[in-house]
Design a protein around this ligand. Structure first.
Ligand code: CO8
Length: 257
């Protein structure tokens, strides 16, 4: 599949999706969002792919937000539609994907860029990364899940301060807040993401999908996370991976998932 604003590469069971509009700091316009959906779907549906890594092109920005130029003339209805479509097509889609997604934040992650990073399951950042939800400085609020996912990740008080002040925090502070799991030099960022991905690839993909489902259920007001854990745990007993994993342990060999 050919993309205009993305680079797509698949290697050793890992799909790499690079948002590629560096002259606009990889800002998310409608086409880019559509292509992110298509690329993520392509990777998820590829039986070979075990982990997806999303990053940005260039050394300055992961994604500097939704494309301000594109939505600057929108009215209320168009604004609501843009937000709703984005949630469904990209942000909720990624969060609930069966394939784990690692975000390698290589610079600015602002507005929709931070919201994209937060929709991913694991975030790592380069030392030059900057994080913020500056929407209130534009007369907006975060519209791609930021008001919900940021408090989940860093707590309500810190999220209030970050969103209401529109201030940016650096990578060290993001690590301290638990917004990212690791901070590494830009040169080592993708290698580190790949190492994490490979450590995931070794494990049962069906169990990993169930774990994602159960963890997310705990943050969904319409679901009972504990009930879903019990049910998903039970379902694992019916899988080939459960047989392989337990047999491998008992026979003192490595499992072949
Ligand atoms: N949208 C469109 N273009 C952008 C964006 C953006 N978010 N960010 C940067 N660009 C463009 C600039 O316009 C510039 O283009 P050009 O060369 O054609 O003028 C180019 O990228 C380079 O940017 P700068 O010259 O500004 O680079 P600096 O190094 O001087 O500054 C900053 C870097 C600080 C990151 C600065 O570019 C900036 O402040 N960008 C905007 C950050 C921002 O406000 N992001 C939030 C956007 S709103 C949002 O994400 C809402 C999400 C929810 C939407 C829900 C649906 C409505």
């Amino acid at each position: 599949m050919k993309f205009k604003n993305l680079l797509y590469q698949s290697d050793n069971r890992i799909a790499y999706i690079t948002i590629n509009r560096p002259d606009k700091l990889n800002a998310l316009n409608a086409l880019t969002l559509k292509e992110i959906y298509e690329a993520v779907k392509l990777a998820d549906e590829d039986y070979e792919t075990r982990v997806i890594i999303i990053t940005g092109s260039g050394e300055k920005a992961f994604v500097a937000g939704a494309d301000i130029k594109e939505f600057s003339k929108f009215n209320q209805i168009e604004g609501t539609q843009l937000s709703t479509k984005g949630h469904q097509l990209v942000f909720d889609f990624i969060e609930n994907l069966e394939t784990p997604v690692i975000c390698a934040v290589n610079g600015y992650a602002l507005g929709g860029g931070l919201e994209l990073a937060m929709a991913c399951h694991i975030r790592i950042a380069s030392t030059n990364a900057q994080f913020g939800l500056p929407e209130v400085s534009l007369g907006l609020i975060p519209g791609y899940g930021g008001t919900q996912r940021l408090p989940q990740l860093i707590g309500k008080g810190r999220a209030f301060e970050l969103i209401l002040s529109a201030k940016m925090i650096n990578a060290e502070k993001a690590l301290d807040y638990g917004l990212v799991n690791h901070v590494i030099s830009l040169e080592e960022l993708l290698d580190t993401a790949t190492k994490i991905a490979l450590s995931i690839c070794k494990n049962s993909s069906t169990a990993i999908s169930s774990a994602i489902y159960a963890i997310n259920a705990g943050f969904d007001v319409n679901k009972d996370g504990y009930e879903i854990e019990k049910e998903s745990f039970g379902n694992c007993f019916g899988t080939a991976d459960f047989k392989e994993g337990t047999q491998a342990f008992l026979k003192k060999r490595k499992p072949n998932f």
